[in-house]
Design a binder for this molecule. Structure first.
Ligand code: CTP
Ligand code: MG
Length: 230
């Protein structure tokens, strides 16, 4: 199998993180967080190219960058929600990426993804039509009532946290995301769009340190994790 392209949504504003500069441009272990993520992906031998999706009014991106570690880097503008950005990225992929060819989607905000996890996702999800990295829930899960008190304890068994990368055939994912958008359904990850289209994505257990940088505390943790990994 030839190499896979990876769509990297990075068009968010980082509202939960706060601050003037979107979190993907903050320094993480000496480089912008976004560049750390792009290098993590580009270093993978089975990733052929990167499609970066940034906000149309983005002022922080180094527009001259056309490759990362020797892999081509293309760029397009994102949309209001993450799913809109991913769909824009899929549509902007080179024509050489055939509809039945698997593509990866990976959050810019996850700089700690492990090369070995990406390999396992590709190995396991390509033969079954798609899947995602995920981690089984470890904590006890509570349902809250309107007063912030426990209404119920939910079963933890069979519950997973969806991570990225997620891997699906380009054409099927594009169609599933477009269909959900047309129906006005809010989609929070690629697997959800595929589920809605009748597919059953494979859960591939990934390392829990593939964190999404959401708050300032996560940035500190990511710095620690990156320093340890290198
Ligand atoms: N993203 C995107 N387009 C959007 C919203 C999000 O490309 N309209 C990207 C983010 O840049 C991030 C990834 O999707 O890399 C995961 O989203 P999240 O962690 O929620 O980032 P933000 O949306 O930027 O943060 P927040 O929800 O706190 O505003
Ligand atoms: Mg968001």
């Amino acid at each position: 199998m030839s190499g896979l392209w990876c769509v990297v949504p990075a068009a968010g504003r980082g509202r939960r993180f706060g601050g003037d500069v979107p979190k993907q441009y903050l320094q993480l272990a000496g480089k912008p967080l976004l560049l750390q993520t792009l290098e993590r992906l580009a270093v993978h031998p089975r990733i052929a190219g990167l499609m970066l999706v940034i906000a149309a009014d983005d002022a922080s991106w180094a527009h001259g960058l056309i490759e990362v570690l020797g892999k081509p880097l293309l760029r397009t503008s994102g949309g209001a929600e993450r799913a809109d950005s991913v769909l824009a990225g899929l549509r902007a992929l080179p024509a050489s990426v055939a509809p039945d060819h698997a593509v990866l989607v990976h959050d810019a905000a996850r700089p700690c993804v492990r090369v070995a996890d990406i390999s396992r996702l590709i190995d396991e999800a390509v033969p079954v039509g798609g899947g995602l990295l995920a981690a089984p829930l470890r904590d006890t899960l509570k349902r809250a009532d309107a007063q912030g008190r426990v209404a119920a304890t939910e079963p933890r068994e069979s519950r997973w946290r969806a991570l990225t990368p997620q891997l699906f055939p380009r054409g099927a994912l594009e169609a599933a995301l477009a269909d959900a958008a047309a129906a006005g359904v809010a989609i929070t990850d690629e697997a959800m769009a595929m589920e809605r289209a009748g597919h059953a994505p494979l859960l591939v257990e990934g390392s829990e340190d593939n964190i999404k940088v959401t708050t300032p505390a996560d940035l500190v943790l990511a710095e620690f994790l990156l320093a340890r990994a290198s």
